[in-house]
Ligand binder design. Structure first.
Ligand code: DGL
Length: 278
């Protein structure tokens, strides 16, 4: 008997994953999708490994219960701190085929295409930086690249509170960029290793030399997913294709609907997802 197909699940700790989701839908409009934002417990970037893993696993299980067979962790912090354990420990416990993919590997696979000086700067949350996922993954593919990291703990709150275009944001954008560039004057590529940071790109451009390439991952992740589904027809067959999208938030629906449009670029109507096990 053919296995039941379901929507592709897209998960983030909050709104940031919508920047990735937007590109995924552009690249693959024919699929069904469920987006889940854990807005009740955002931010993940300041939390311990154990907490990020527990929260991410709960949300992944909610998406599985809604029929998803393939889930994208559209969150760098969850990809850095929870993905491997979920793949190695939790997925083998299911009798049927389920897949969970992240955003760090597709980004690091392509890192070598962007740099001439072989010096890359990573801008990310404290959690992603502490995990060393970016340097480890980049050096697996490109051992010659030097990777410098900078945690930007105030960038997510700036974006979450819709202050990313304010004059006040400039101070903290410049501060973290200066700290990163002090680590090496040879950095020629900056990777925005957090799904919220594309909203700060105009300000980031203002404080770095025009020769520096700024890489957002949404488009890279979307193309990588397309490629993955092409290479894995058995997983593609588990993804239903009616072009539908549903949004769920663990937080306030009104807040989500208001802010999500900033990240998604159009109006969003979400439903509430309770965190009590379903
Ligand atoms: N979405 C998270 C990321 O990409 C940032 C927000 C958070 O800290 O939860 O790392």
């Amino acid at each position: 008997m053919a296995e039941q197909a379901g929507p592709i699940g897209v998960f983030d700790s909050g709104y940031g994953g919508l920047t990735v989701f937007k590109e995924i839908i552009k690249e693959l409009p024919q699929y069904d999708y469920i987006y889940l934002g854990d807005n009740a417990r955002v931010p993940y970037g300041i939390r311990s490994f154990e907490t990020v893993y527990q929260y991410t696993l709960e949300c992944v299980n909610h998406l599985f219960n809604k029929g998803c067979r393939l889930i994208i962790l559209a969150c760098n912090t969850a990809s850095a701190k929870a993905l491997r354990t979920i793949q190695q420990k939790n997925l083998p416990e299911f009798k049927d085929v389920r897949r969970v993919l992240g955003v760090i590997r597709p980004t690091t696979e392509r890192a070598g295409e962007f740099t001439r000086t072989r010096n890359i700067g990573i801008l990310a949350t404290n959690g992603t930086v502490a995990s060393h996922s970016y340097p480890i993954e980049i050096n697996k593919f490109y051992p010659d690249i030097h990777v410098f990291q900078q945690a930007c703990p105030l960038w997510v709150p700036l974006v979450e509170s819709n202050e990313h275009e304010s004059d006040g944001a400039d101070y903290f954008v410049k501060k973290y960029l200066d700290e990163l560039m002090r680590q090496s004057p040879d950095i020629d590529t900056l990777i925005l290793g957090c799904t919220h940071y594309p909203l700060l790109i105009e300000k980031i451009r203002k404080y770095v030399s025009p020769e520096i390439r700024i890489v957002s991952q949404a488009d890279i992740v979307a193309k990588s997913l397309k490629n993955y589904l092409h290479r894995h027809p058995e997983i593609d067959a588990l993804c239903s294709k009616n072009g539908t999208t549903e949004f769920f938030t663990t937080g306030s629906v009104d807040d989500f609907n208001e802010k999500a449009s900033i990240f998604f670029g159009k109006t969003v109507t979400a439903k509430h997802q309770s965190l009590i096990n379903d």
